[in-house]
Design a protein around this ligand. Structure first.
Ligand code: ADP
Ligand code: MG
Length: 340
């Protein structure tokens, strides 16, 4: 891959719907989700815990737990339809054309193999042309690239000999090993302290600039989105409720949920000297979604209006900015007062 942005999506998700069988019945955790990401672009996926971010990612990789299944939708990776692909094909894609980084590197790294052995295994599987020496050189090059000091020596250490930040760097090295066209990162910095978080985000951006990888970055933290994303989708109760460029979302958020997330950002509140106004209430249990707009019970804009009893579609506002709210053009009076 060269570091160019073609504008053509390398990954396109359409109308993805995922259900789980549970003791309490069928639960729809992902409900008609769609997004696309192009080479060199960073797409943020943001929402509170339980909004369906991780399940979206696991759905498109064919990694759902046994009680889950994709019931409809399409995931195109280049010319390949991942939803219909065989497990064999998906194994070629995972860690090959699509790299993955998860929140906790300890669950993704094998504790009884050295870092070098684990990266080597991935190179053997996906980059067949490399001989033993070529792979070793690549392992050291990768670890060096992700900022692991004395990479040649540290390559032969085990995960427990690495700090949390170094483990996450090793995970990133592994994810990038086969020069993936797409990198999927699920809360890659959530388990790390703030300083290390910033370093890992810088690293991701730097690697992306060098390789032109399309990055899908899942986070519950709007600060992370502001820092690294070009565009973002906001998820609530398994749906995309707003989508736009970072500028559109931060300067002109249209969905009351996006506005609520923005208001509850600690940095903004600290700047304004205000208390932390988190969105009141809890995200709904997907087994018992409210009728109509799932955000209705927590919404300070709806004010009990009947329109909200029917589900709003995601409507394009302008230039790639879309929101799923019957009253997207309204601004809450309370909010105007607050920002003054
Ligand atoms: P997040 O946005 O925090 O990543 P998830 O995608 O992990 O949220 O989960 C979304 C919802 O999917 C959860 O709130 C839960 O209701 C449901 N879910 C996830 N995993 C399972 C499972 N194994 N069985 C049943 N429901 C599940
Ligand atoms: Mg998650």
């Amino acid at each position: 891959m060269t570091a160019e942005t073609t504008g053509q999506p390398v990954l396109r998700v359409e109308d993805l719907t995922t259900e789980f069988d549970t003791a309490g019945g069928t639960v729809r955790a992902v409900n008609g989700v769609g997004f696309a990401v192009a080479a060199g672009e960073t797409l943020g996926v943001v929402g509170e815990s339980g909004s369906g971010k991780s399940i979206t990612l696991l759905s498109l990789l064919g990694l759902l737990p046994a009680n889950g299944r994709v019931v409809s939708g399409s995931v195109r990776f280049g010319d390949l339809e991942l939803i219909k692909a065989s497990e064999r094909r998906l194994q070629q894609v995972r860690g090959g054309g699509i790299g993955m980084i998860f929140q906790d590197p300890m669950t993704a790294l094998n504790p009884v193999m050295t870092i070098a052995q684990q990266i080597d295994e991935s190179l053997r599987r996906h980059s067949r042309g490399l001989g033993r020496r070529g792979r070793r050189a690549r392992v050291v090059e990768l670890l060096d690239q992700v900022g692991i000091p004395r990479a040649a020596r540290r390559a032969d250490q085990f995960p427990h000999e690495f700090s949390g930040g170094m483990r996450q760097r090793a995970m990133i090295a592994m994810a990038m090993a086969n020069r993936p066209a797409v990198l999927l990162a699920d809360e890659p910095t959530t388990a790390l302290d703030v300083t290390v978080q910033a370093q890992i985000l810088d690293l991701l951006q730097e690697l992306q600039r060098e390789t032109g990888t399309a990055l899908v970055l899942i986070t519950h933290d709007l600060g992370v989105i502001a820092e690294v994303a070009d565009r973002a989708v906001v998820m609530y109760a398994g749906r995309v409720v707003e989508e736009g460029t970072v500028t559109q979302l931060f300067h002109d958020p249209r969905h009351p949920y996006s506005r609520g997330l923005l208001r509850s950002r600690p940095t903004l509140a600290a700047v304004a000297g205000a208390e932390l106004p988190a969105i009141p209430g809890q995200p709904p249990n997907p087994a018992r979604l409210p009728e109509g707009c799932a955000f209705r019970p927590r919404c300070d804009r709806s004010a009990g209006r009947d329109a909200c009893l029917s589900r709003p579609e995601l409507i394009m506002i302008d230039g790639g900015h879309a929101a799923a709210c019957h009253f997207e053009a309204e601004t809450e009076p309370a909010e105007l007062g607050r920002s003054a």
